[in-house]
Design a binder for this molecule. Structure first.
Ligand code: NAD
Ligand code: ZN
Length: 365
């Protein structure tokens, strides 16, 4: 059956609908949001190949006029060039304020299409149809949209909430397994942040999430509910939304040190290593039991994820280089390192002003 999570925001609330086969209901869902509207689908070449026809068929059957804007796949697409092209294509397609932009794809498409929707005509409503596990459990929820700059990732953007998120869990069947695993790191993250019982569920059911049993819907719904709750408390990340960065201080540093070369490391792999490191670091500081750190690494490794920087092909350089890369994180304010640490599984907290020497001693150990 279908699961629905409501994202309750001060300005405007919206639903996340999760279930197998929901893509075929896209036309009906959009027609309810905006009867008679024109629709522009923004997607990438890979996703267009496997899902484009179905999305278009559903929309045209519901009586909508549809344009499709197809972009190259990959992180490099999150650029000013592509936002510009997409905005001009939306205007050429006569997309107006009452119309709908559909982001059909992974996080790259969701971030880019959401940003284009935020700025074209000062805001056109958009619907997220996330097609990667990462997008279904993380990037499609919360309203962060944007692109990359030569100065860093995600440095240009806007908070712009979708009107609906439609997560068809069956579309993950064609996702490359490495992408599936990377998205799974973010699923396990929600358990590690504040839901120990969900982490224990993950240890028992991860294979079902990969295989596409009902466990997959449960994992996506639980993840979305967790993110929605955090976002509702802290829409623009001034406070405890930062908990969602568990594993990301290390993870982002590792991505930077591998030059965002997806052949060596993808984001979720960096997060898996980062979460394992955050728990090891917590254990070293005497905050959590070493057995908890072992349990975290054991589960992530069982699910096919790397759990140590030494597993990255080509290595990541010296301790100083890792420290320097961590200090460059945009979540770092004025040189102080902020980490998400843990007192145990499901007991994460924000640790501001971590002394660099403690971090160094840990990295050198
Ligand atoms: P992605 O969008 O590049 O998708 C991964 C790959 O899978 C791509 O090659 C894509 O074409 C392919 N793909 C997607 N769905 C498919 C399907 N159903 N079948 C076959 N192939 C499919 O990457 P991603 O991991 O989904 O997202 C990463 C992006 O998300 C990053 O840019 C990151 O910054 C962003 N992000 C944003 C937020 C946020 O809050 N906005 C949160 C986390 C990550
Ligand atoms: Zn992440």
């Amino acid at each position: 059956g279908e699961r629905v999570i409501r994202v309750a925001l001060a300005e405007r609330s919206y639903d996340i609908r999760i279930g197998r086969g929901l893509l075929d209901g896209l036309g009906g869902a959009v027609a309810r949001l905006a009867p008679g509207a024109n629709v522009a689908i923004i997607t990438d070449e890979n996703v267009n190949r496997v899902l484009g026809e179905r999305a278009r068929a559903s929309l045209t059957q519901a009586g909508q006029r549809v344009e499709t804007i197809v972009l190259p796949p990959g992180e490099a697409t999150k650029s000013w060039d592509h936002v510009g092209q997409v905005c001009e294509a939306l205007l050429a397609a006569k997309i107006e304020r009452g119309d709908i932009v559909v982001a059909l794809g992974g996080g790259v498409i969701g971030d880019l299409a959401g940003f284009a929707a935020a700025i074209v005509r000062r805001g056109v409503r958009f619907v997220q149809v996330p097609t990667s596990l990462l997008a279904q459990v993380d990037s499609s929820v919360g309203g962060k949209t944007g692109i990359n700059s030569p100065h860093g990732k995600n440095l240009i953007g806007a908070f712009y909430q979708p009107s609906l998120v439609l997560a068809d869990t069956a579309v993950l069947d064609t996702l490359p397994v490495r992408e599936l695993r990377a998205g799974y790191a973010e699923v396990a993250k929600y358990g590690l942040i504040d839901q120990p019982e969900f982490f224990a569920w993950c240890e028992q059911n991860w294979q079902g999430v990969y295989d596409g049993t009902d466990a997959r819907e449960y994992a996506v719904a639980t993840s979305c509910a967790a993110k929605a709750a955090v976002v509702a408390r802290d829409e623009t990340e001034t406070g405890d939304r930062a908990l969602l960065n568990l594993g990301h201080t290390f993870g982002h540093a590792l991505e930077r040190l591998t030059h965002y070369d997806s052949a060596r490391l993808v984001h979720g792999e960096g997060v898996a290593i980062g979460m394992a490191q955050a728990f090891r670091f917590s254990a070293r500081l005497g905050l959590c039991a070493p057995a908890d750190a072992d349990r975290v690494a054991r589960h992530l490794a069982a699910a096919g994820l790397p759990v140590h920087p030494a597993q990255i092909p080509g290595g990541v350089g010296t301790v100083d280089e890792v420290l320097e890369a961590m200090a460059q994180d945009k979540k770092v304010s004025r040189g102080a390192l902020t980490f998400i640490l843990a007192r145990g599984i499901g007991q994460s907290f924000i640790a501001k002003n971590m002394p660099r020497d403690d971090v160094r001693a840990f990295l050198e150990a």
